[in-house]
Structure formats: C-alpha cells, structure tokens
Design a protein around this ligand. Sequence first.
Ligand code: HEC
Length: 282
Amino acid sequence: MREALWTAPGASMAHDLTHAPPECLADGGDREAIELGRALFRSPTVLGGPAARIGLSCASCHANGRANARFFLPELTDTIGAADVTSEWASDVRGDGVMNPRPIPDLVDVGARTTFGSNGVTSLRAFVHAVIVEEFQGAEPPPRALDGMLAYLRALRADACPAAGDAPASLAALAADVRRAHAAARASAGAGDDASAALALLAAQDAMARIVERLPARAFARARRDIEGLARDLGRMRTRADLAAALAEPGWRVRFDARIATLAPREDETYFNEVRLAAALR
Ligand code: HEC
C-alpha cells in the first residue's frame, strides 16, 4: 500500500491506514467545478517529479482536506504531521538545503483566510499554483482544473463537518471516489475540456489502484486483475479523439459497478479491515 510509505511507523499503523478525519464538504456552489477539484486533489498526477512517482497527492498530507496527523515521509520531514515545503527532493526550484518542516494545516475554512502558508502569500490561486508547479514540479494545470481545485478548497467549511468521528477507509468510499472522478471526466469532456477530462481519468485510475492495493494478492487475484483491466480501459480512453462520446456511453460504469458489487461481500477479508491489515503488517 503506497500510503504506508508516508505513514509514521509504529503500533498504530493499521489504525492510521484505515482511518482519516472526515471531509467537510459544503453543499451548493458550482458542483461540476467542485467535483473536478475534489478528484484532482486526490490524484498524484497533478503533482510531478518524485512525489507523483511514489503516489503522493494533496490528500496524502491534507487527508480529506484536513490534516494528516500521521504524515511521515523521511524525504520531507523529521517530524510526524509536518512537511518541508522547501525540499530539494520534491522541487528543483524551491529546495533550500535544510530540513525545515512545517505543521500540515487543516484546510477547512481556507477560503475565508487572507494569507496562505507561513510566507503570507495573499492569493489562494497563486499559492496552490505554486504548490503544484514549483513545490512539486507538476505540469501547468489546465485553467479549468485549477479553477476546480480552488472551488473544492473553498467548499471545505467547518459548518459542513459531520458531528464527530473519523471516516473509516472502505470499499464503498473508494468506489465512490472512482465514480465521482469518472463523472468529473465526463463533465469536463462534455464541456470540451479534454485536458481536464484526461486528468480526472488519471484520478479515477489512481483511486482504483488504491482499491487494488487493499486486496490481498493471492485470495483476490481475480478481482485485482478485473479492476486493473477496468483501469486500463480508462487509460486507453484518455487519448481518444471522441472522448466526450466515449465517456457518455454507460458501458464502463456498468462493468465497474458490477465488479464492486461482487467484491463488496468479501470486504472483511481485505485490508479495509483494520484487524486483517494489522496481521499482514506484523
Ligand atoms: C507533503 C505534504 C503536502 C502536500 C503534498 C501538499 N501540502 Fe498543502 N501544505 C502543507 C504544509 C506543510 C503547509 C504549510 C506551509 C507553510 O507553513 O508555509 C501547507 C499549506 C497549504 C495551504 C495553505 C493553508 C493555510 O492555512 O495557510 C493550502 C491552501 C494548501 N496547502 C493546499 C494544498 C494543495 C491544493 C495541495 C496539492 C496541490 C497541497 N497543499 C499539497 C503540506 C502539503
């Protein structure tokens, strides 16, 4: 599981890998933009360089738009729950040659703040753009994709937080991430923005990888193969000239939903289950 790479080692690891703070996503607003941003926030492909290669995304640090209190990647920090935003590992323009991690902030109500980060950047757009292209060497995001990420960040609001408790990792939650990213791709392609649609499809593929990672290799060989096949189908779609038409067809969603429905009764045997995961980690 790639997430284990940036989770502090120790007795609570199985718990940490199966729990996250709940998302506080407000209703309303421009849903199409928010959903595109939500998918990209969870996608390593938005970042570049070594971070993208190991599978790191905005959500690795800002879990569900909150703070990952157990973040620990030796390349980026010597303190649990913090990250060096001027590291030479992640960036060839920002590195300052010292390990100076900062606490990872909760992004709830970030839209109401007037300065961002400890250098006091005054524009959220400029801050996020710099995180992507400078801090992590990501490619210049399509304008609609960046708009979407800002819309998502502004929709994270304290008044939308659920009453209490962590959000447990589950097959249903990850399958919903796949469906939402796929729907965001369809909406982007429908709006004539194939570049953002391709990014959203990569986000969907990555969420599928996060499902596969939680399926024990031998006992779930068949399910893993099927889901990998479905992910490759999306991969092939990305480059189609008639992307909007391809995504408008219901076939892929029907096959994905059927595969997840077959898998769901066996969820207890997977690494969505904390006890199973703890045993595997031992
Ligand atoms: C490696 C962990 C990490 C990743 C990945 C990451 N961030 Fe952050 N983020 C931080 C840290 C640490 C800070 C605090 C920076 C500072 O103090 O200057 C921060 C600050 C922020 C802030 C400012 C919040 C505030 O209240 O000042 C925003 C907005 C933000 N990040 C959005 C994002 C987005 C969007 C992405 C993905 C494109 C992202 N972050 C990826 C660790 C991360």
